[in-house]
Design a binder for this molecule. Structure first.
Ligand code: F6P
Length: 412
């Protein structure tokens, strides 16, 4: 039977690069299964682009057991950039070409965000390597041209595998921390990943955070002063004298001492794509609230908890549907493309007829559309809640809404 399969004798390679997400194993499993049915032998390139350097690090995924629900990536990941960078000026593209030849990889699927797929795009454009990009990022900032229909509007939105699971995780963690904030009448500052864009912190809003700060709007001196006024007002007005303020790690914050508005770095050391490590903005905001407003505030960093853990249902189907589109691209031998969801839909409509593809030439970052954020109220708009509703469904949270009668001591 095998001989009669369309791509018998051909090999498809899969690699994953950049930060892990809960949906990468699901993507690998779904792509592998479909490619195998077409007759491909399927190889996994380990540690992203690094697995095609030197002698290579490649495993055979054909007819092997796989668990796509388990989060992260069994192929491992790295932030290796084959092209010269500040951190590593060596051009390692010849090593990639040599290994594709040595391992006889005919087509390569690169699962990644802007960095990994940006490199794939360059390899396709400059070396003619047959690549198919596959979107992945919890930050949801890789352009996918997913149209979100909202009223009469058609919003140019984004939907990347990994984000739905992370969004749900952030929602759950936020709602969970409310009980501690309420018990201690505190303000909790919750820091959520999202280097350049505020998509992911939306999960905190869904989980009932009261105020949100996103990287698209720097907190210069006047915005910071306004924010502190709002915090005080909202805290005093809150029924339980507590607030949850969610902040993206990439928010630029005015520093009273230096007079500069900048991100808070965990480390200024950069990776091969030139990104420093961010982290610590929540601590800075919490101490300014405590010191300037005299209200007890604490910082919590959601950090890797958003990225880790199992693949949720929406992501499971999203990756399967995009893998269906990979079949279409393979059958047409149409490379230099990335499958995407054309229209924002809820779970049952995640089907192949709602997919499309974009040219790798259009791969790039996309910030949160302006219409999704209310800059004065410092919260997301109904339009963004509508977007997230497709993934998260109705909010079914319980609140402790009982008030007890106050007892006045009998002084007679
Ligand atoms: O790129 C995705 C991301 O989740 C960013 O939000 C974050 O800044 C980055 O990964 C951190 O990743 P790591 O600590 O693994 O370098």
């Amino acid at each position: 039977m095998r001989e009669y399969k369309i791509f018998h004798g051909k090999t498809l390679g899969i690699l994953s690069g950049g930060g892990d997400t809960p949906a990468i194993n699901s993507s690998i499993e779904n792509i592998r299964n479909r490619a195998q049915l077409l007759g491909y032998k399927v190889f996994g390139v380990r540690h992203g682009w690094k697995g095609l350097l030197g002698d290579g690090d490649v495993v055979d995924l054909t007819n092997q057991p796989y668990d796509g629900i388990y989060g992260g990536t069994a192929l491992r990941s790295s932030r290796t950039n084959p092209f010269p960078s500040k951190k590593n000026p060596e051009n390692r593209v010849p090593q990639i070409l040599k290994n594709l030849e040595r391992y006889k990889i005919d087509v390569l699927v690169s699962i990644g965000g802007d960095d990994t797929n940006g490199a794939a795009k360059k390899l396709y454009e400059t070396e003619g390597i047959p690549v198919i990009g596959f979107p992945k990022t919890i930050d949801n900032d890789l352009r996918t041209r997913t149209i979100h229909e909202y009223g009469n509007l058609k919003i140019d939105s984004v939907l990347c595998p990994g984000y739905p699971s992370a969004l749900k995780g952030v929602m759950e963690l936020t709602h969970r921390i409310k009980t501690t904030a309420e018990s201690h009448s505190r303000i909790m500052i919750l820091e959520v990943m999202g280097r350049d864009a505020g998509w992911l912190v939306g999960g905190a809003a869904y989980g009932q955070a009261d105020m949100i700060l996103i990287p698209e709007y720097p907190m210069d001196k006047s915005r910071k002063d306004f924010f502190l006024e709002q915090v005080k007002e909202n805290f005093l007005r809150s029924s339980k004298k507590s607030l949850i303020i969610a902040v993206s790690e990439g928010v630029k914050w005015y520093n009273d001492e230096t007079g500069k508005t900048d991100v808070v770095y965990a480390s200024t050391e950069v990776d091969e794509y030139g990104h420093p490590r961010l982290g610590g903005i929540s601590g800075v905001i919490a101490s300014e609230i405590s010191n300037k407003l005299g209200i007890e505030a604490r910082a919590q960093n959601v950090g890797y908890f958003a990225r880790s853990g199992e693949c949720r249902l929406y992501d499971r189907k999203l990756t399967a549907t995009l893998a269906d589109k990979v079949v279409d691209l393979l059958l047409r031998e149409d490379y230099g493309k990335m499958p995407v969801i054309k229209k924002m839909v809820s779970y049952p409509e995640l089907e192949e007829f709602n997919t499309g593809c974009i040219d790798m030439g259009n791969v790039g970052n996309q910030p949160l559309p302006e219409i999704y954020y209310d800059i004065d109220e410092m919260r997301f708009t109904d339009a963004y809640f509508d977007f997230m509703h497709h993934i998260l469904g109705d909010r079914t949270f319980f609140d402790f809404k009982y008030d007890f009668p106050v007892v006045i001591p009998d002084i007679k």
